[in-house]
Ligand binder design. Structure first.
Ligand SMILES: Cc1cc2nc3c(=O)[nH]c(=O)nc-3n(C[C@H](O)[C@H](O)[C@H](O)COP(=O)(O)OP(=O)(O)OC[C@H]3O[C@@H](n4cnc5c(N)ncnc54)[C@H](O)[C@@H]3O)c2cc1C
Length: 431
């Protein structure tokens, strides 16, 4: 990574303001706060004139003024036998802009700073994360060891070149909780995807023994449809996880046992998808090496796709090496594999694939799940009998959309962009 990473321990007023200042200056900063929210013990509520001026300097005056508050200008106390009020201090006399004390609970103030930080691309706040030790290397502190509320622990450190290595030891409780709610276990470490394997951050995830296959989510600050997880095998080889999915805050993938993952922004910039509806979906499949371009930096959005191409794509998705051997045609390995799995009968591999054939191939690849309902498209009557369930499944699950005028165009040829979009939606929907 080409950036300095700074870890601030403690999301109190000092830590939050420091984090905000660093982030605004372009420094990637992570603030660790051991509590789950700011609503804890009473921490006072008087915000003094100098602090108000500071907030103004930070451009936060307007948002601070919008918080519910009481303003105090004079401090008066009853003294003397008659209890007459005596003014001890009058801020109104001061020649300053904010000549009063604002009464605002500290948690409202911290919530404001957190919201302000969330607007900054370089700012990360990790709640429920307690720093439990420092990491020292060659006499220098370059990382922090932390623990989250469910007992998960981790470290985050940055080497002298600014490259990040993170480690997380996921607790039993975190895995159990996530599995119970069918959610992914959130790895408590955020990284920024690198442009290639050399600059990419490495995340080591340690799962409890017997956790089995576990869905995890690695938070990524600059995630997009081309962000991929790459497994680093013990022999050092690297493998793109084809069904790793970008989420709102990171990348999700399923792992079995302890895993080392690199996070790479493998986005492809094809000339013909830059302003095309399929841009994100094409980027998703191309960055995962499921599709290649057609040369000259083009994806070939409107070009037809053959059945052999689809068989090959599905075989690659299943982890099959589709390299042809001994004079085979380029699509033969994939087609033989698809045939052996009952996905295709293998006929006409060089013919263009129609939309209903494509839906059928994907449906069978998915294991032909039971389906109920009726196709509601105006041209539903034109759908071949064998493709009825597949089209129902594909449209019900948002994998295939209509083509306009409430038509699904079952026998129209599927173009490369349409196939890419279906594959992307399919992978994003699949568990
Ligand atoms: C009862 C009381 C009333 C007060 N009234 C006022 C007032 O009216 N006006 C005023 O200006 N000041 C008041 N103060 C003082 C004010 O609260 C402090 O000056 C201010 O909170 C200090 O900010 P800080 O960020 O340095 O530390 P703190 O506010 O103490 O913040 C430190 C943060 O670090 C977190 N933390 C600690 N250890 C770890 C760890 N290992 N890993 C992760 N997170 C960790 C804590 O949970 C905490 O959120 C009051 C203080 C108290 C106790």
């Amino acid at each position: 990574m080409e950036r300095t990473t700074c870890c601030v321990v403690g999301g109190g007023p000092a830590g939050m303001v420091l984090g905000l200042l660093l982030a605004r200056s372009g420094v990637d900063v992570t603030v660790l706060e051991k509590h789950g929210d700011f609503l804890r013990d009473f921490r006072g509520d008087t915000v003094h004139p100098t602090t108000l001026q500071l907030l103004d300097d930070l451009g936060l005056a307007e948002r601070f003024a919008a918080l519910p508050q009481r303003r105090i200008q004079q401090v008066r106390l009853p003294i003397g036998p008659g209890g007459e009020l005596f003014t001890f201090g009058d801020f109104g006399l001061l020649p300053i802009k904010y000549n009063y004390i604002a009464m605002v609970p500290q948690w409202d103030f911290l919530d404001l700073l957190a919201a302000e930080g969330a607007r900054e691309p370089h700012f990360t706040l990790r709640m429920n994360t307690e720093a439990v030790g420092l990491i020292r290397e060659r006499g220098r502190v370059n990382g922090v060891r932390y623990r989250t509320a469910d007992g998960t622990t981790g470290t985050v450190k940055t080497d002298k070149d600014g490259k990040t290595e993170a480690e997380a030891k996921i607790s039993n409780k975190a895995v159990e909780d996530a599995k119970k709610s069918s959610e992914a276990v959130k790895v408590p470490t955020e990284v920024k995807a690198g442009k290639d394997s050399n600059s990419a951050p490495t995340v080591k995830v340690e799962l409890p023994k017997n956790a089995g296959e576990t869905k995890i989510e690695i938070p990524v600050s600059n995630v997009n449809s081309g962000t991929v997880a790459v497994i680093v095998h013990e022999d050092g080889t690297e493998e793109i996880v084809k069904n790793s999915k970008p989420t709102e805050d990171g990348v999700q993938l399923t792992v079995d046992g302890n895993t080392v993952v690199k996070i790479i922004d493998n986005s492809k910039d094809f000339i013909d998808t830059r302003n095309h509806w399929s841009r994100d979906e094409v980027n998703f499949v191309a960055s995962r090496d499921i599709f290649n371009g057609v040369g000259n930096n083009l994806f070939g959005v409107s070009q037809p796709m053959t059945r052999g191409m689809v068989n090959t794509v599905l075989a690659r998705l299943a982890g099959i090496d589709t390299t042809p051997k001994n004079g085979q045609k380029w699509y033969e390995v994939g087609t033989e594999w698809a045939k052996s799995k009952g996905i295709t009968d293998g006929t006409n591999p060089e013919a263009s694939v129609t939309r209903e054939q494509l839906a059928t191939l994907l449906y069978r690849f998915y294991g032909s799940p039971a389906i109920s309902g009726t196709l509601r498209f105006a041209d539903a009557g034109a759908v071949s009998a064998y493709a009825q369930d597949a089209l129902l499944w594909a449209t019900q699950n948002g994998i295939m959309n209509g083509v306009g005028n409430n038509c699904v165009a079952p026998s129209a040829d599927a173009q490369r962009a349409q196939v890419a979009a279906m594959m992307a939606r399919y992978l994003k929907n699949a568990d």
